[in-house]
Design a protein around this ligand. Sequence first.
Ligand code: SAM
Length: 290
Amino acid sequence: MGDLIYPQNTIAVLQKYKFNFQKKYGQNFLIEAHVMNKIIAASCVTKDSFVLEIGPGIGTMTQFLCESAKHVAAVEIDKNLIPILQDTLSSYGNVDIIHEDILKMDIEQLVMEKNEGKPIHVAANLPYYITTPIIMQLLESSVPIESITVMVQKEVADRMKAEPGTKEYGALSLAVQYYANPRIAANVPPNCFMPRPKVGSAVICLDCYKNPPVQVKNEKLMFHIIRASFNQRRKTLVNGLNNFSEIPLTKDQIQQGIEMAGLPANVRGETLSLLQFAKLSDCLYEMIPK
Ligand code: SAM
């Protein structure tokens, strides 16, 4: 299974096609079989699964996914990789190679057309320059997703999984944890890639919730509050939220909302859990003139 995972085979393909790595596309190809096996196991993909793979590269992970899933849609931005993928995946009948920018693609339509609108799995060794936009776009979209299993920078994986009060905790942690339960499946050193990235990596699996773990009256307001709280980490919550244009309340009203939510007057945003942000958001929402 998956012969490209061996470095000598990756090198042979790169030489055959005289492929030049494009730094601007975040191209670091995985060349370590035990890491690939961990990704596939963590993804919980089965023979019934439809998988969207973002950035297949030369098709290394795609080969493993084709063996494990019912169908794979592999979306690659670099046109020079398309003929290579057509070659390396030629023996699989259950893959669509799509030449597109994932951030511009209508994924919902793809899922309707190819999987009758049923939930999909996402798997990727992500291009690190757009990790957060890709993940947030997937989570905030109405695409039905069961899980997202991705290789990301270690530091980004730590932020997604971070708990209140830690230095890694921030808007990304709360956004991810509102939509999914994150679990880190593996830490991956630079020597598992060709070429080697400058930073350590990790495989993180986001098991998407059917319903968010907290109920909130106005999701958008809660995320504005979260953003405002972490924009100025050093400030107390009341000062962080004051003067933030999306929160049309006076300092006194914000202070009152903080007290109504049962929080200390001088609390800092970085210590609040998702549940506390939801409660605060509901208290402030009641005060905003509709
Ligand atoms: N999956 C391969 C592997 O594991 O060896 C390659 C992973 S490499 C880190 C990231 C891949 O994403 C590259 O093939 C790159 O060309 C592709 N890519 C970068 N930006 C993209 C975008 N906006 N849409 C789709 N693919 C993209």
